[in-house]
Design a protein around this ligand. Sequence first.
Ligand SMILES: Cc1cc2nc3c(=O)[nH]c(=O)nc-3n(C[C@H](O)[C@H](O)[C@H](O)COP(=O)(O)OP(=O)(O)OC[C@H]3O[C@@H](n4cnc5c(N)ncnc54)[C@H](O)[C@@H]3O)c2cc1C
Ligand SMILES: NC(=O)c1ccc[n+]([C@@H]2O[C@H](COP(=O)([O-])OP(=O)(O)OC[C@H]3O[C@@H](n4cnc5c(N)ncnc54)[C@H](O)[C@@H]3O)[C@@H](O)[C@H]2O)c1
Length: 469
Amino acid sequence: MTKRIVIIGGGPAGYEAALVGAKYGAEVTVVEDAGMGGSSVLYDCVPSKAFIAATGVRTDMRRADDMGLRPDFSSRKIDFTAVNDRVRHLAESQSEDVRAQMEREGIRMLQGRGRLDDYEPGRITHYVTVELLEGGEETIECDLVLVATGASPRILPGALPDGERILTWRQVYDLEEMPEHLVVVGSGVTGAEFVSAFTELGVKVTMVASRDRILPHEDADAADALEEVLLERGVDVVKNARCDLVERTDDGGVRVVTSDGREVIGSHALITVGSIPNTSDLGLEAVGVDMTQSGHIKVDRVSRTSVPGIYAAGDCTDLFPLASVAAMQGRIAMYHALGEGVSPIRLRTVASAVFTRPEIATVGVSQAQIESGEVSARVEVFPLAGNPRAKMRSLRRGFVKLFCRKNSGMIIGGVVVAPTASELILPIAVCVSNQLTVADLASSFSVYPSLSGSITEAARQLMAHDDLD
Ligand SMILES: Cc1cc2nc3c(=O)[nH]c(=O)nc-3n(C[C@H](O)[C@H](O)[C@H](O)COP(=O)(O)OP(=O)(O)OC[C@H]3O[C@@H](n4cnc5c(N)ncnc54)[C@H](O)[C@@H]3O)c2cc1C
Ligand SMILES: NC(=O)c1ccc[n+]([C@@H]2O[C@H](COP(=O)([O-])OP(=O)(O)OC[C@H]3O[C@@H](n4cnc5c(N)ncnc54)[C@H](O)[C@@H]3O)[C@@H](O)[C@H]2O)c1
């Protein structure tokens, strides 16, 4: 019998799940209140990476002098409106591509807000009521529901965004002029990416970090390397500073006040203090779906919630807030729900990147886990400074780090800090996913000269260590 599936949320978790559902012959409806592709495509991941790509042109030009080229960029003004127009256009056209693909696959799409509406919890059939954007309501009867509603910027009570001077990251692309002095509150991945991007555009940036280091959840050496670059580029980092208040000043700027009374004055403030899951008003509690204290939906590794027939995927769950993970959770939910063979999600194999200059990419276990004794492994750090390709490209910083099991040499993690770390991490991710060893990696050919040569070289160093043991 054809399964009837309703997916609430059309981001990577929702649309990837819908495509799998349709492929396996289910009758799929996706309910989305913004646009297909969700926040990932319209407001978060895609626009930020498009913006960063534009700012990266300036980074590359900075090296031109060192290479004997003397382009005169001082007289070329940055057309900030054009930069932002391009970003918005890219996001909208990607959203349209997702919508067109879903249409081709025969997926029904409804624009509006969905909520679970089971009149009698515990039954096999579920009901989703949609408040349609065009007006009116529709209730859909179905066998399976996937909740994929994502998350929204966390708002500090003392720092209410006004879209002009006090901004969330989603409002940056509406600015008509470049900020003179941007104060970025929060030093997680989102904060670091915008600090780096605006710095590359030549904007004065101050970063307000709640701890004594930036990127507290990333590899410490990588975070230190980035901090060094940011300081060298003129960024001020205010540490151990929790922001309590952000307000407009009489001259049109902003005043950021920390809990210990420190004050930072700037022209604009960008608040990047994390996200909250979009899980209220969905009727989840009424049907008995277990939630965490933070409001995330509890799921297992095949995306099941505590209620049969209701699955959840992506940023509304408590796994790993990445588009790639959301998409994988969504696909896994459908394979499982439709009785296809499925492997539970393996978070240790997730590769992720921070798109700063330089980029930071990681996969597998962390050095912190090794140092704490939680994981037993050997570590090799190989600086890029000696790499011939890095010298040719005038790259002074960056490194490759590999972690392998002590006896077997199996690769269980790695970190790359380089301009293209997000691309260079793949061979290490392949090793981690497929349980390959340093010998496998060391015996693979890398191109000469290439930055990836440092990855095979790091593996060779770990092998040499094996020989001595
Ligand atoms: C600034 C920033 C940059 C990022 N960059 C990256 C990156 O480079 N790489 C990466 O892997 N990840 C990145 N992420 C994380 C990534 O954006 C998220 O992990 C991803 O968006 C999660 O996808 P999702 O499908 O769970 O939800 P979303 O993409 O948030 O989509 C959910 C959709 O559901 C809609 N919705 C919510 N409630 C309802 C309802 N009741 N009815 C109907 N629709 C509803 C929402 O409006 C939204 O459109 C970034 C995040 C941020 C904040
Ligand atoms: N390139 C990418 O893949 C990418 C980019 C952005 C976000 N993301 C995903 O989103 C997740 C969340 O990242 P994020 O940076 O948005 O949030 P986060 O929660 O990781 O970081 C927010 C930071 O703000 C700090 N903070 C909280 N309240 C504060 C206050 N009052 N004053 C000062 N600082 C305060 C927190 O201590 C924290 O360090 C990431 O873990 C990642 O999975 C991914």
